[in-house]
Design a protein around this ligand. Sequence first.
Ligand code: ARG
Length: 272
Amino acid sequence: MPETERTARPRRLLMCRPRHFDVCYSINPWMHPEKPADRNLAQLQWERLRERYVSLGHAVEVLEPLPGLPDMVFAANGATVLDGKVLGARFRHAERTAEGPAYLSWFVRNGYQQVRWPEFINEGEGDLLCVGRRILAGTGFRTDLRAHAEAQEYFGLPVTSLTLVNPNHYHLDTALAVLSDTEIMYWPEAFTPGTQGVLRELYPDAILATASDAAAFGLNAFSDGRNVLLPQAARGLIAQLEERGFEPIGVDLSELLKAGGGVKCCTLELRP
Ligand code: ARG
């Protein structure tokens, strides 16, 4: 019997329908252009995720995708939004460069007053994760270390740099998930030894993933404080979440996984 009663906090989320989704280039080890993804199935799976959020009481805004940007479905990479302030994204790879301004213009059109075009490469919430009033920031593959300082200065919140080492876990949100304002789960081996020490120090009670749950993309999860949406294949994480009083909800995004994406990648949180 879990000792903690968890409460969900309703969120505002931004998502982007995978209307132009495809795997036609490879910028991470999950992407194999010679093995096609089923776009119709991707749209169905994405729609189920959107409906699930709505049924849990979250407000979902939907951004129109642009043709020629097959990864635009991964809204988490589009920006970082905190205290109503928007830090735009600047992508590492040319294939995704145009997504940065496309996302930023959504925020401008939707009345956001504080919007910053970034100086250094950052791939939004792919690498910048908010845990309460602290930002955990990934680097090593995509986001430039200098973007961490930029985010700290812009948001006025402490940023902790974490270094990724495993190319299968190229974004922080593929190796670590935020569960509540004080709790996380992660796969230690995705990080350098120094970063593993930092995570142990900051979150001694974190849920640790096994290699197989991490490989099932189990850490690419979204939590509202109670409900945790994650791949249903992450059995070990699901059991540990239940033990701690969370409500794990298994989601199948098999087609989006062919681009190296999952639940969290499709979800950008709009923090008021
Ligand atoms: N194909 C995309 C890329 O490699 C996947 C992005 C996944 N997004 C994420 N937040 N991890 O950039």
